[in-house]
Ligand binder design. Structure first.
Ligand code: ATP
Ligand code: MG
Length: 248
């Protein structure tokens, strides 16, 4: 908890660091945990000393509502409203953000495509049901066509079930890294959200928080890069994204 408190204090000083990673959280399927993951990863980024922001690009405003319940000033959360996504990202970047996570709506193909286009990297979130897995393809095609670094995270996993085993088999159909840690279905997630928190804050030693930490580690080692990027071009199976160049 003290680590989080310390990181949150960074927000009291102006953001200053140039160069920001933009991560799009995507899924065509509704309710698979995009918003939960955006919040949890943003909080995890704070614990790692990163200045994190969430762009809530979903008209449902799930993350904005969480932000309104939240007792802490960080992460910075901004809605898209009627603005261009690039403008909002540029604003976050000029404010000194280290990482901006874009929470996207389900179904809405133009917003998903725009987020994927502007992001340095993307995460595709899926549940374990066959209906969840078969919806991966649409978003997979978008990020693959853009040659974006990307990976798949399985959420709402029920350990040691046939459903999880089938889902693990199903995601192998995509040539994309799959996070080795599944996020287990646990009531601590919605409980934390009800208070505007994430599980790392309500139960930092708990298994749910450990899983989020492991997803973050996978993300920074396999999908994102906080080093100055030098590698031109992308390979979506192993990746080092270029710095965001947000078009004017
Ligand atoms: N691992 C989990 N364990 C328990 N509950 C979860 C988990 N992940 C998500 N949930 C719950 O499932 C519901 C949907 O999650 P969330 O809002 O993050 O999904 P979403 O993909 O953003 O949905 P939408 O497509 O509507 O934007 C929420 O009530 C959330 O608390
Ligand atoms: Mg959502």
């Amino acid at each position: 908890m003290s680590v989080i408190t310390l990181s949150l204090q960074h927000t009291l000083t102006p953001w200053h660091q140039a160069g920001m990673q933009v991560l799009a959280i995507l899924a065509r399927k509704g309710g698979v945990g995009k918003s939960l993951l955006a919040r949890a990863l943003a909080v995890q980024a704070l614990t790692q000393g990163k200045r994190a922001a969430i762009l809530d690009a979903d008209p449902q405003g799930t993350v904005l509502a969480w932000r309104a319940r939240r007792p802490h000033p960080a992460p910075h959360v901004v809605g898209l409203g009627n603005r261009a996504m690039a403008d909002v990202l540029r604003e976050i970047e000029s404010g000194g953000g280290d990482i901006a996570l874009i929470d996207t709506p389900p179904h809405a193909q133009p917003i998903i495509s725009k987020a994927a286009e502007l992001a340095d990297a993307a995460i595709i979130v899926t549940g374990t049901g066959p209906e969840d897995i078969e919806q991966i393809r649409a978003v997979y095609d978008i990020v693959s066509n853009l040659r974006k670094p990307a990976g798949i995270v399985i959420n709402k996993a029920k350990p040691n079930t046939a459903a999880l085993k089938a889902a693990r088999g199903g995601v192998l159909a995509f040539s994309m890294p799959v996070c080795p840690t599944d996020i287990t279905d646990r009531v601590v997630h919605p409980y934390a959200s009800a208070n505007g928190l994430s599980v790392q804050e309500t139960d930092p030693e708990g298994r749910a928080a450990i899983e989020i930490g492991e997803v973050w580690e996978w993300l920074v080692t396999r999908v994102l890069s906080f080093e100055s990027a030098t590698t031109p071009g992308h390979d979506n199976t192993r990746t080092r994204p270029r710095r965001t160049r947000i078009p004017a």
